[in-house]
Design a protein around this ligand. Sequence first.
Ligand SMILES: Nc1ncnc2c1ncn2[C@@H]1O[C@H](COP(=O)(O)OP(=O)(O)OP(=O)(O)O)[C@@H](O)[C@H]1O
Length: 773
Amino acid sequence: MSTTADHSAPFPADEPNARGDQPVNSPAEPSENPTVPALPNADSTEFVNAPVNADDAATDTAHTRSGNVVPIRPDTARHPEDIPAQDRDARRGDVIDAADDEPTATVPTALVDPPAVKTTWWETAGDATARPLVAKWLTSAEEFKARAKFMVRYAAHTTAFHALRVPLYVPTAFLRSFGALGRVIARVHHWVYDRESKPVRMAARDRNDHDAYMKLREARAETVRKRMAPVMVGLVILLAIAYLSITYIAPFWNWTILVSAMTLVGWWGAPADKPVAGRAVDMEKTPKLTSSTVEDALCSLGIGALNQAYSKGKRVTFPNPISRDGEGWRADVDLPLGVTAGDIIAKRSELSSALRRQIGCVWPEGDAKVHEGRLVLWVGDTDMSKAKQKSWPLAKPGATVDLFKPQPFGTDQRGRWAEVTLMFVSMIIGAVPRMGKTVSLRELLLIAALDPRAVLYAFDLKGTGDLAAIAPCSHAYGVGDDPEDVERMVVEMRELREELRRRTKVIRALPESVCPDNKVTPELAARKDLRLAPIVVGVDECQVWFEHKEHGAELEEICTDLVKRGPALGIILILATQRPDAKSLPTSISANAILRYCLKVQGQTENDMVLGTSQYKNGIRATMFARSDRGIGYLAGEGDDARIVRSVYKDATDAKKIAAGARARREAIGNITGYAAGEAVDVEAARLDPLADTIAVFERGEDKLWSDTLVGRLADLRPAQYKGWTAQNLATALKPYGVKPKQVWATDPETGKGANRNGYHRDALTDAKRNGK
Ligand SMILES: Nc1ncnc2c1ncn2[C@@H]1O[C@H](COP(=O)(O)OP(=O)(O)OP(=O)(O)O)[C@@H](O)[C@H]1O
């Protein structure tokens, strides 16, 4: 078969066809060439089963129409009808006459779409997700308790409110009963005398329609007769009751009954807009979230791909019904093709405006586990940052913590507790300034302080004393970024590294039956002889450390070691920074952190730096938080998915109270050490380098010296530090470097006699220095 391109028909190249495809002949239109047969149906297996040819790309030919070159890409078409007619013919091996009469190659092409296979009911049902049998709040003890508590509080308040007003309600209702009674009598009167039909009768009279008028009168007289009977019976019964009451019941009870009856009439008969009892609670019901509200809101965001899809009739779909979820509504939305959840998340404030809710109520999230276009929109009844948070269980007097178990850290949008397990993790907290990093870090240190075994290191490099509340429980506490402050912290961190090394040896030495996983267990932490209690190190504004000219590299090295090896050995490092970039938070540290808490950040880089690689792409975007979302961030690393969590805000006063309780419990078990016990860090001693100094006092040509000679020379070198040192002091000072005194032959300068005494070989000392022991 062959088809000839139409040279005569004017067909501008840039005019799209109905589907917006390139301007080509509509496949539905019959070709002008009578030899062209009707096109096969889109579902035809003739296309589907066409042979695959490696030269398919050759069909991507440009055909000239009216002087314009029209690019055609049949190889990218998804459906047969998307392919221009001439290409379909080409696929079947037909020759297309090019506009310039050049011969066109016959190029058979295969379609890529598989044949449409109808899924069976069974397959569809097999893929279905079962909806919960019972409502979520019935299966969650926490939610059930919250609802039950609310109901009890509501009932108690309502009862008290109305009980207080009873003395007002009774006379009001009684007085209003006369009006109510009058209204009842008027209604009965209207009913009995058929007032309803009066306009019709009057109209018949005005029209002088005698027949109709007379018929209507008769009908009305009949109705009145019928209706009068029960009323009369009722009246007689009422009179009989009144008579019997007056005759047989004491006047007091008669009056009581009458007043009560009148009060009830007044109560029930009060106009709807003016009830006797006022409202006990004012409930502002937030409007329901409906599919049309969501659709309208999404379409108003100005997202090109979304609006384009709508203009083509492709809309968002809702895979699950919009339902109540906690204190808000949840809508699962499948966005049109090409639109990602991230596009919506980036426009959270516009979305909140479109939904007519406060920004703190609107929480769009992605669900990358389904696909990039799945949006989970949760719209709360109240602003998360302003909603009253449940009281923190750990703030209760007497609360204790086991760091091996999950502890409440914050609440999610639905008001449920989000927990963190601090044992075996290291953590980073990042955000722009004033978003709640320090408050969160202080909370985590409070949690650690409430475990009486835990040893705390709290370093506040901002220098404002935000962590002062923790100091009474801290083994090490540092505040400020002055050189001497940082130097003291370095000494303490070196000490910690030594502790890390000691712990590795302890764990290594333990038999498999006691320590099968080569990590600290609750049983091992409880053993005093092993000294493996959890150590929690909190550093606020850690960038000050890592950017420090003198000590930055060393601190980075220690922290990297702690982040990598610390968790298994019971050392937990928590770093908070307001500048999460590679310089402020080295990648060797950030990449190895397990728990991550990211409050508002400015961009994708900071987001992924704190939350982990690709999180921004996966729709976990802390960039969406508003400035007002203080203390609200994404918590990742606890559980499978990152969650939006609002930390617990305890101001300095509350934090001090909690820490005082924690200290009392520490005192009870005798775990007050270091700073908390009033011990000072000996920075001067730490500054000493006895190895270097010992090497320095060897004179040219001397390769071995007695210890006594060495301590004498050391005292001359630094009297403040070495005066009074004995050979034993020197041996102790050099022991950590792995150098031990040996018998060396030397001559006494005073007597000139040679002898073998304890001393050191220069080579042994320089070797130890070189090996950095
Ligand atoms: N969980 C929270 N709930 C409510 N408000 C909070 C919460 N956390 C922090 N805030 C508010 O945010 C303020 C700033 O908190 P914080 O000092 O922790 O911020 P920061 O990020 O550490 O600031 P900086 O970068 O200056 O150190 C607090 O004073 C408090 O008012």
